[in-house]
Design a protein around this ligand. Structure first.
Ligand SMILES: [Fe+2]
Length: 180
């Protein structure tokens, strides 16, 4: 059976994660895919009101999503529930800004490093590194996200007060099919 490149990637990621693959190998697979393949376009659905999370493939070890950002759409500041998150930029430019919890975990967040990632770049984040928000600039952006393990909800934060909210995560489409 012929598999599309993105499904071959998902299978390879599953095998790597199952064998306790190191982050460098996972990032390498994502970078190679981002540089060579275009079949992610089948999963690239946008939404008007906010960025769109499109599920490509999932297992008990990971979920692989194509996230579509209209110009200027930005995520809330969020954590990753102790999981690993890799992000490859497939198209456009993506801005990432890091934040840290303040001493005593109370009050405004402490802003950290910000950067712009170009198509082909792969970034990694974990709660031990920082919280972050990400978004597109003045053009649409498309990113490929690998969470291991899957994340069903996350905490979002108000930068000025540090107030947090637990938020359930939903999919705009699943395996190419738009959700109601
Ligand atoms: Fe994130």
């Amino acid at each position: 059976m012929t598999r599309s490149p993105i499904h071959a990637l998902a299978r390879e990621l599953h095998t790597n994660l199952k064998h306790g693959s190191r982050g460098k190998e996972v990032a390498g697979l994502l970078a190679e895919y981002a540089a060579r393949e275009r079949d992610w376009r089948e999963f690239a659905h946008f939404k008007g009101e906010c960025y769109a999370r499109n599920l490509v493939s999932a297992s008990e070890l990971f979920e692989l999503l194509v996230i579509c950002w209209q110009p200027g759409q930005v995520s809330p500041i969020h954590d990753h529930q102790g999981q690993n998150c890799w992000m490859a930029v497939l198209d456009g430019q993506i801005r990432e800004r890091l934040y840290h919890l303040p001493p005593q975990q109370k009050g405004p967040l402490v802003a950290g490093h910000a950067r712009v990632l170009e198509a082909g770049s792969v970034a990694y984040i974990h709660d031990d590194i920082a919280l972050h928000d990400i978004g597109s600039l003045d053009r649409p952006g498309i990113t490929l996200h690998l969470y291991s393990r899957p994340i069903r909800e996350c905490r979002t934060f108000d930068a000025e007060t540090g107030a947090e909210t637990l938020r359930g995560l939903v999919y705009h489409s699943v395996e190419g099919v738009l959700q109601a």
